[in-house]
Design a protein around this ligand. Structure first.
Ligand code: URA
Length: 231
């Protein structure tokens, strides 16, 4: 891989910015300063040091975002800001699955298409857990109906899901393994209730980091990436 491409890929800016870095003699390969942007690198064996720090090659990047309201789960949109705007990195990342514009919470952004497919494919049945608030209290029969499957307004029967909460409360969490359009909102609507707040708190074995305020993000740890792959 060309060194300018490698450095841009590893987050050191645009190709133009990376060229400046090279020109300023800030980059070493195997102990020797490299200034040529076309220098050919073996990403597996060459040791690259930028400003004194080693840069290891990452084939893919993975971020956890606490999605705030008002952002669409897309890479581009003509009307609204996108979740990708919140994670300004020099990689072509995309959101894994979608949260509605008014839904908050755990969203993964990556450039790893295989993992994205694994997490969103209905066949894999990866659990997604949401915290919800409703306009009306939960009733006894809501639990059994969600457990067996709910007939939505378009006649679709949802897969068995889990409702965690108490009869009489207007909040709780729900665990689903599919991701139909507005699924949680439509499930509650079929039970005669309106979701007034929705936040995703878990995908498979990955829990939203409660240190992240809405709009904040961080890279996943190697352990968390493994957890997702095994979810
Ligand atoms: N279900 C919904 O209704 N909305 C979301 O954003 C996610 C799940």
């Amino acid at each position: 891989m060309r060194i300018d491409k490698f450095l841009a890929h590893m987050g050191f800016g645009t190709r133009k910015e990376v060229r400046k870095l090279l020109k300023a003699r800030k980059v070493e390969v195997n102990g020797v300063v490299v200034k040529d942007p076309g220098y050919n690198l073996n990403v597996d064996t060459d040791k690259v040091i930028v400003k004194g720090e080693e840069v290891k090659y990452k084939p893919f990047v993975y971020f956890m975002l606490n999605k705030p309201k008002g952002y669409v789960s897309a890479t581009v949109d003509r009307r609204y800001p996108t979740v990708v705007d919140l994670v300004p990195v020099h990689r072509k990342i995309f959101p894994v699955g979608r949260l509605d514009i008014d839904t908050e919470g755990l969203l993964i952004l990556t450039d790893d298409g295989q993992l994205a497919h694994h997490l969103t494919s209905p066949k894999k049945e990866v659990e997604k857990e949401y915290y919800f608030e409703l306009d009306k209290p939960l009733e006894e029969e809501d639990f059994s109906k969600i457990k067996t499957g709910i007939r939505l307004e378009d006649n679709y029967l949802t897969k068995p899901a889990r409702l965690l909460g108490k009869v009489g409360d207007k909040h709780g969490t729900i665990v689903i393994t599919e991701g139909k359009y507005h699924q949680v909102k439509r499930m509650f609507l079929a039970l005669g209730k309106t979701v007034v707040y929705l936040k995703r708190i878990r995908i498979g074995g990955l829990i939203l980091d409660n240190k992240l305020s809405p709009g904040e993000y961080r890279e996943l740890t190697p352990e968390e990436i493994l957890v997702l792959k095994n979810s």
